[in-house]
Design a protein around this ligand. Structure first.
Ligand code: TYD
Ligand code: MG
Length: 418
């Protein structure tokens, strides 16, 4: 049997406003999409304000990171205002009830433990929930395909079928998707183009902080970040997270520099750590955790060519503290400083924060919303900031001494003088 039933069936999405008529754009009344809030402001933030009818959200993340917990909390809140259904293919009704009890969730959420897609669709039709959770998409299978549950073909077909239902019935479906260790996930990745919104849970299971990031969102901004703390009462939103990723013991250690990253709409201060050690053998190691590996290689080359800092005989490790991932080039300057600080065994003052993009010609390029970043730095009690000259504030930020630089060489001079 062919494993491509879905292609043969074609797409039958009746989108949010499918009418089959050709209309003039100017004649269309643009209105805000109605949102259903989840009772978790940090979750709503990444969703772009809340859930949307007809929208399908994929929530991906490592096993045990808190996907089921968050969605159970959200459904409990929503069920006071709208019809809901929680479909679990992973846990028994008893396990879920126990968790709800532990979380102190009083709400009576309709629950279905089922993995057959056809049965789930039937339940969706009879229960008519406005919001449904499928936990997880990898456990669901359709009898139309012979491959095993969790296989790419199954996951894709089931997600497509559920999405079709969401669009037709105008309901919101939240799909849980596990990310496997290799990050391949015969799941979330193959679903990204099918669903409307893709959210990923990040964070160290060693730390209690959890981040949810939007990678794709038809109904809101991407790169928005929701920050949570896992407590014994479930996930709690952290509304002012900017200082979470700082090492707070106040020691000045070589190889550490604080960056002001901008995640979605909020500036976030994150400590970057670097460790350089004499390499043994031909190929020195370059390892980055939470930062882009190829950007690190580029930064090391720029440091050598334009800063006169040779690292070719050094193993280089860099890490963004707290399990946060930073993809912004604005972190370049802080990474470069952390590297030099480790190499020279010279600490950077812990009341200093840096940001700026490093170009291949050794120039420091401006980044967006510099003023806002500087304000956040000052707010958190930092007294010094290093930034691209073009980002220097027009009016002085109280309590903050700001140095603007145009080149990496200039930044290194400044570091020498510290
Ligand atoms: P879970 O939501 O089951 O993860 P996922 O669905 O992503 O696999 O989260 C399970 C983890 O969260 C587990 O290690 C226990 C922890 N946890 C708490 O710390 N506090 C709580 O209140 C709950 C319900 C779970
Ligand atoms: Mg789970």
């Amino acid at each position: 049997m062919s494993e491509s039933v879905l292609e043969a069936k074609g797409h039958r999405f009746s989108s949010l406003a499918a009418s089959g008529e050709v209309v003039r754009l100017g004649a269309v009344q643009a209105r805000e999409i109605a949102r259903l809030e989840t009772g978790q402001p940090e979750f709503d933030r990444v969703l772009g304000g809340g859930l949307v009818g007809g929208g399908v959200v994929l929530l991906g993340g490592d096993p045990g990171i808190g996907k089921s917990t968050l969605l159970l909390q959200a459904l409990a809140d929503i069920s006071a205002r709208a019809r809901t259904l929680y479909v679990s293919g992973e846990e028994s009704a008893e396990q879920i009830a126990l968790r709800a009890q532990r979380l102190g969730l009083a709400a009576d959420i309709p629950l279905l433990t089922e993995i057959r897609m056809e049965a789930i669709l039937t339940a969706l039709r009879t229960e008519r929930p406005q919001v449904a959770v499928i936990d997880s998409i990898q456990t669901v299978y359709t009898q139309q395909l012979q491959s095993a549950p969790g296989s790419v073909a199954q996951v894709r077909e089931c997600a497509q079928e559920l999405t079709r239902h969401a669009k037709q019935a105008g309901i919101c479906i939240l799909l849980v998707g596990h990310v496997t260790k290799e990050g391949t996930l015969a799941g979330p990745r193959v679903l990204e183009h099918i669903v409307d919104t893709v959210l990923y849970f990040e964070g160290d299971t060693g730390s209690s902080f959890r981040l949810i990031r939007a990678f794709k969102n038809r109904f809101g901004a991407v790169n928005e970040l929701g920050v949570f703390a896992m407590t014994d009462k479930g996930l709690k939103g952290v509304s002012n997270p900017s200082a979470l990723f700082l090492n707070r013991d106040g020691r000045e250690a070589p190889g550490s520099c604080v960056v002001v990253a901008l995640e979605g709409t909020r500036p976030l201060l994150v400590e970057i750590q670097a460790l350089l050690d004499t390499a043994h053998g031909g190929n020195p190691r370059r390892l980055s955790v939470g930062l882009d590996g190829s950007r690190l290689a580029m930064l090391l080359a720029v440091l050598h060519r334009h800063g006169g800092v040779p690292c070719y005989d050094q193993d280089v490790f860099v890490n963004a503290v707290g399990g946060v991932k930073i993809s912004e080039p604005a972190a370049d300057l802080a990474v470069a400083l952390a590297v030099v600080s480790s190499l020279r065994t010279k600490p950077i003052p812990h009341k200093l924060a840096a940001f700026g993009e490093v170009g291949l010609a050794g120039e420091i390029r401006p980044v967006q919303r510099g003023q806002e970043r500087l304000k956040e730095v000052a707010k958190l009690g930092f007294t010094q900031a290093l930034c691209p000259r073009a980002n220097l504030p027009k009016t002085k930020v109280p309590g903050l001494e700001v140095k603007g630089v145009t080149s990496l060489a200039e930044a290194l001079d400044y570091f020498r003088g510290l």
